[in-house]
Design a protein around this ligand. Structure first.
Ligand code: NAD
Length: 243
């Protein structure tokens, strides 16, 4: 028996990195998984690799009408949507003094507005079902300030805050909302830091960066019924970085 048997899950930014690792684990635990992304070739390859229980859908998380269409399509095809992982995100190194309004708006649109639109898009279906689990991927940058990534940190604090407000609001309908706070995870995004892996590892109490599968197992817990009494929680997966 799988830990997500009969569940239907949507993972945004699922073409690669952590989202792909989450999709892979979800499929292995019995879920039907839709991965969405803007990287169509990579997304289609990932879905092919994961087999018949996974399919790829093109969707930019900033596209409000696209959210409605994607959720309607999933509900029409599968009759339900049990899990949403708001995973899509971008990271760019810019200090406060280097930030432009244009770049700020773009990152807010993807990392913050995308999460708001996603939660709102699935809320009615989950409320009607009387159950559902939304998992928002924040960061350790949503727990502490990050001088060299001003806007990124702002968006990840927003994700953490929106998670708690949505958790309070949706709990009366049986819908749970939690956030995940990864540290240094080996994905294409981590390489944007342009810092030697050895230097990063020196700052981590467990002494290493993590594989995307180590975040996926935490996301799986929050997606499954095993976490049925957890909502508004912030699950830190950072090797002790923020301890
Ligand atoms: P990644 O860059 O490999 O994956 C991010 C995915 O999001 C990509 O497939 C990308 O195409 C997709 N994406 C970007 N903009 C999009 C948009 N507008 N619409 C739809 N999809 C879009 O990086 P990752 O590490 O797998 O990142 C996953 C999440 O984890 C992000 O929210 C990120 O902020 C967070 N995070 C990552 C780290 C890390 O060290 N890698 C640490 C903390 C938090």
């Amino acid at each position: 028996m799988g830990r997500l048997d009969d569940k239907v899950a949507l993972v945004t930014g699922g073409a690669r990195g952590q989202g792909a690792a989450e999709a892979e684990l979800f499929v292995s635990e019995g879920a039907t998984v839709i991965i969405s992304d803007v990287l169509d070739d990579v997304g289609a390859e990932t879905a092919d690799r994961l087999g018949a229980a996974c399919r790829y859908a093109h969707h930019d998380v900033t596209d409000e009408a696209g959210w409605a269409a994607l959720v309607a399509d999933i509900v029409e095809a599968h009759g339900r949507i049990d899990v949403l992982v708001n995973n899509a995100g971008i990271f760019e190194v810019r200090r406060l003094g280097d930030e432009t309004l244009e770049a700020w708006n773009r990152m807010v649109a993807i990392n913050q507005t995308g999460v708001f639109l996603g939660m709102r898009a699935v809320a009615e279906t989950m409320k009607a079902a009387g159950s559902g689990s939304i998992i928002n991927i924040s960061s350790v940058a949503g727990l502490n300030g990050v001088g060299m990534a001003f806007t990124y940190s702002a968006t990840k604090w927003a994700v953490r805050g929106m998670t708690k407000s949505a958790a309070q609001d949706l709990s009366r309908y049986g819908v749970r909302v939690n956030s995940i706070h990864p540290g240094y995870i080996e994905t294409p995004m981590m390489h944007e830091l342009r810092t030697d892996k050895e230097v990063l590892e020196r700052g981590v109490p467990l002494g290493r960066t993590a594989d995307a599968s180590e975040v996926a197992s935490a996301v799986l817990f929050l997606a499954s019924d095993e976490s049925g009494y957890c909502t508004g929680h912030e699950l830190v997966v950072d090797g002790g970085l923020s301890a």
